[in-house]
Design a protein around this ligand. Structure first.
Ligand code: GUN
Length: 295
């Protein structure tokens, strides 16, 4: 079967261009540029890369950005004080604290210290709660990016059987919630599988849409996929690759080469969900600047 690649790189470039146009219209009308701040603690390789991509995306969208860096011996108190300062800085529309944080700092305390009106990551319980009951709010970036891809590629979701692999707070749980929401895209019949699920393979074989977000490279194999299904791969595990300058490459949760020929649509890794995550953060920052959800 001929399958179609869901091109997150192109879709995200299109959306960034749309955002940049809107920002220029805002600035021409006398409004200030949206301003995103990012807090980065320590030197985790993945976090450094993600934050650098976020800062670059801000430039592409015409946003102002501020990067606050701290060593990993920063105390929880100092970090909470920084968050207070960002909460009350009127020039900053939204900010993120890049996760993971060092072990001596409570991520939950940090997330709850962020003013939910500036929580463009959508991790604060107010935003998570509002999303789950279908109220306007900041939706976290990866689930929002997946929904945008389904929408832009006109993947039918109404009445579809959707299997979500993984139940993380950042991806599995929220994307399952959005897929069952009473609107389009959404309105799917959702099953969430996790480490305690029995017979994952046969559950997956029923799915019209599989969303794999468990962080296990190549987990989804051809015997788990119904012909004609849409497969969304959220995995981005670094695996050693001596042929690359960095020494690694990203591997998804789907065994792409054997699964793709069965699919109607599939996201590649890299270049699928990843770029959409960052563009969703940009959309949230624009919404924050426009005070779309909260005044
Ligand atoms: N770490 C992994 N993904 C994310 C994200 O979306 N936001 C933040 N702040 N940290 C992350």
């Amino acid at each position: 079967m001929e399958y179609q690649i869901i091109d997150g790189k192109k879709t995200s470039a299109d959306i960034k261009a749309e955002i940049a146009q809107e920002v220029e219209r805002m600035v021409a009308a006398g409004k200030k540029r949206p301003h995103l701040a990012a807090v980065l603690v320590g030197h985790d390789g993945g976090s450094e890369t993600y934050v650098a991509h976020k800062v670059k995306a801000c430039e592409e969208c015409g946003f102002k950005s501020t990067l606050l860096r701290f060593e990993d011996d920063i105390t929880e108190d100092e970090l909470l004080k920084t968050i207070d300062t960002l909460n009350s800085d009127e020039d900053i529309d939204g900010f993120i604290v890049q996760l993971p944080l060092p072990r001596h700092i409570s991520e939950q305390k940090v997330i709850e210290a962020i003013d939910y009106r500036k929580d463009v990551d959508g991790f604060h319980p107010v935003n998570v709660g509002r999303m789950s009951i279908g109220l306007p709010c900041f939706v976290s970036a990866t689930p929002a990016g997946i929904m945008t891809l389904l929408e832009r590629y006109a993947i039918p979701t109404t009445g579809a059987r959707c299997v979500v692999l993984g139940r993380s707070n950042i991806v599995g749980k929220p994307v399952a919630t959005l897929m069952m929401q009473k609107h389009n895209p959404g309105d799917a019949t959702v099953t969430v599988c996790h480490s305690a699920t029995k017979d994952i393979k046969s559950i997956c074989r029923e799915a019209d849409i599989i969303i794999a977000a468990l962080g296990s490279p190549g987990f989804v194999t051809a015997d788990m996929v119904k012909p004609g299904a849409t497969v969304i791969d959220v995995g981005t595990t670094r695996v050693a690759d001596p042929t690359k300058k960095s020494g690694f490459r990203l591997r998804g949760d789907v065994d792409f080469d054997t699964v793709a020929p069965l699919c109607s649509h599939i996201t590649p890794v890299p270049g699928g969900v990843g770029p959409m995550t960052i563009v969703s953060l940009m959309k949230n920052t624009l919404s924050a600047a426009k005070k779309e959800f909260y005044s």
